[in-house]
Write a protein that binds this ligand. Structure first.
Ligand SMILES: [Zn+2]
Length: 612
């Protein structure tokens, strides 16, 4: 989807008149969320709670409970103190980006007016030379651009993403002008023949690629690549004394072999590299990303898709060092896994990346937000003594504001397109129309493995529909208009069932994915999970909470003879499929991991002792 396609006609014409939107060389181009309508028993409540609860929480926190919006007001006046953390501006930008996504599918004049009100404040806080950052404006502009860990470019990147989203949705360019002013200031200051700079927290790189996609101005792509290639040459100057490993700044990015350092920063760097490679075909970037993906998936990822176990650095530890109670697994890092794996699928057309995206999405990301949408996890451990709870907000509020922009745009991950091909990546009820062909999914996924995809077309069309067969699924069947089209696994195309035909109105693809309860063992090199099993069903990881298992929690022991029963409990936790494990010592009651800590405090564990 090209950004300008959705713009008001006048703007679209004026943009199209002055430049051609660049085309990325991708195996799969995602269908944008606003081209995907969601009508789904699992996801509609998620979208609804963000609209009803998360967005109001963000507004209240930004305006009333914290000094975030006041920082902009003070910066505009050039007086008053900065309150909070030096990168708090980014939360406000991320909230605006989330509001824009919500506006796209749920027009709301009051919310749009709130955005406009904030955008006026951002614009007023911008310096004459384009610089915008309330921390330095209020603590001493003479100190700006002296510490690469002070997130000036990180905030600028989020400003840019918010600006593009808001422009895309409303056609209003005020915020985009502010963001482009900041980018112009940055590009005047840094670049080839100017000053070196290594952004301590990556993010601006892929935001710049988005700006290139919007404007067609290649200087933004070139500058993004220059920033990425600055890493690993000793240019980094970080005020807080972290090792360059923390910043992925030890070797040039094409030489990276092991994933290290801060988890969210690593994810955002890899997103930037993939986005740049999509336009430049940089094989060095893609070869590095392949190596890093193998490293993370085989050695450094939790069963929930969570990553980065170390709390003090919010980062990665050694391979297979994956303790459960101490697992940090920041919500933003799981969102980063979705963003990165989505791009890797786009570059390769391989469904294995969607398998990881789905694992992170349904477990590591969704656990970050409460059932009511008004409380958030920053840290997502796989075991708790009962003292770890979601909070209304955080001093460092990256996770709530990230969820605010991520969930309303979840439709991005459902479908993709390529020449004469539509990809079905996730199983979420609703529909999309690509090039005259409409796909409508009906499913109770992830609770049930049956998916119906109705295909309709105004006239018969030759197309391939590629349906992802999930990597977790050992047994499945597929039919087309009642005729069996199941094929052996080796006949799948990079994990997709490919159905090529002249589609006509009334065609229906029916899939049945077996969803048995499985007890999963970890890689034997993970000491923390020795002699334990995690319970999974479909894409979901399950856990035991003490509240459901008063007599058996502590001594819970799975056995080879343990049998499982599963039932949908409409009255529990907003409606979840529960699992009962029948063991010699009694029944163990399990709920989906994402839904834990939504009742009174009690201990929780994902990995359960297992008798050999
Ligand atoms: Zn976060």
């Amino acid at each position: 989807m090209k950004h300008w396609k959705s713009l008001p006609l006048v703007l679209a014409v004026s943009l199209a008149a002055c430049q051609t939107a660049p085309v990325a060389d991708k195996a799969v181009t995602p269908v944008a969320f606003f081209e995907v309508s969601i009508d789904d028993a699992f996801w509609n409540p998620q979208l609804e709670k963000v609209k009803k609860a998360t967005i109001p929480v963000c507004i209240d926190q930004i305006e009333n409970q914290t000094g975030r919006i006041r920082n902009f007001e003070n910066a505009a006046k050039g007086e008053g103190k900065h309150s909070g953390i030096f990168f708090d501006d980014s939360d406000v930008y991320k909230a605006v980006e989330g509001f824009a996504y919500s506006l796209k599918t749920n027009p709301d004049p009051e919310l749009e007016a709130k955005c406009d009100e904030w955008i006026d404040k951002f614009a007023a806080a911008q310096q004459p030379d384009g610089y915008i950052n309330t921390f330095y404006t209020l603590t001493g502009l003479e100190n700006r651009w002296t510490d690469m860990d002070k997130h000036e470019m990180y905030c600028a990147g989020h400003l840019l993403e918010a600006a593009i989203a808001y422009y895309d949705v409303t056609g209003k360019s005020k915020l985009l002008d502010v963001a482009k002013g900041m980018v112009a200031h940055i590009m005047d200051t840094f670049g080839p023949g100017k000053k070196d700079w290594v952004p301590g927290h990556e993010e601006i790189e892929f935001a710049l690629v988005k700006l290139y996609g919007l404007t067609g101005e290649k200087k933004y792509l070139d500058f993004a690549q220059w920033l990425v290639d600055e890493r690993g040459h000793g240019f980094g100057v970080y005020g807080n004394g972290w090792n360059p490993i923390h910043y992925q700044d030890v070797v040039p990015v094409r030489d990276l072999t092991e994933i290290q350092g801060h988890a969210v920063r690593a994810m955002y760097l890899f997103c930037g590299m993939a986005d740049i490679a999509a336009y430049t075909g940089d094989e060095g970037y893609m070869a590095a990303l392949d190596r890093l993906w193998d490293n993370i998936v085989e050695c450094k990822m939790y069963v929930t898709g969570g990553i980065g176990h170390l709390g003090h650095s919010e980062g990665f530890s050694a391979d297979f060092d994956l303790p459960n109670k101490e697992a940090y697994c920041e919500t933003c890092a799981s969102i980063g896994m979705v963003l990165w794996n989505w791009r890797m699928n786009g570059m390769t057309g391989d469904a294995k990346y969607i398998d990881i995206l789905e694992r992170s999405l349904y477990n590591g990301v969704l656990s970050g937000i409460s059932l009511n949408g008004d409380r958030f996890f920053y840290v997502n451990p796989l075991e708790s003594d009962g003292n770890h709870h979601r909070q209304a907000w955080y001093g460092c509020a990256c996770c709530p504001s990230n969820l605010c922009r991520f969930i309303p745009s979840v439709g991005n991950y459902v479908y993709g397109t390529a020449d004469n091909t539509i990809f079905v990546n996730l199983f979420i009820g609703g529909s999309t129309t690509v090039d005259g062909l409409t796909l409508t999914q009906k499913t109770c996924y992830p609770w049930d493995g049956k998916v119906e995809i109705a295909v309709s077309s105004s006239k018969a069309r030759n197309r391939a529909v590629k349906v992802r067969i999930p990597g977790w699924c050992a047994g499945w069947t597929a039919s087309l208009n009642g005729e069996d089209i199941t094929c052996p696994a080796e006949s799948l195309d990079k994990g997709y069932l490919c159905i090529e035909r002249k589609w006509k109105d009334g065609d229906v693809i029916t899939l049945n994915f077996d969803m048995p309860v499985t007890a999963v063992a970890a890689d034997p090199r993970v000491k923390a999970d020795e002699g334990k099993r995690a319970i999974m069903r479909g894409p979901l990881v399950y856990c035991m909470e003490g509240i459901d298992n008063e007599d058996v929690y502590t001594d819970a022991l799975l056995e080879p003879s343990t049998t499982f029963e599963t039932v949908f409990n409409a009255g529990l936790l907003g409606g979840v499929q529960t699992i009962t494990a029948r063991t010699a010592a009694g029944d163990l009651n399990l709920i989906p991991y994402f839904s834990w800590d939504n009742r009174e405090a009690s201990p929780m564990k994902v990995w359960i002792d297992h008798a050999e």
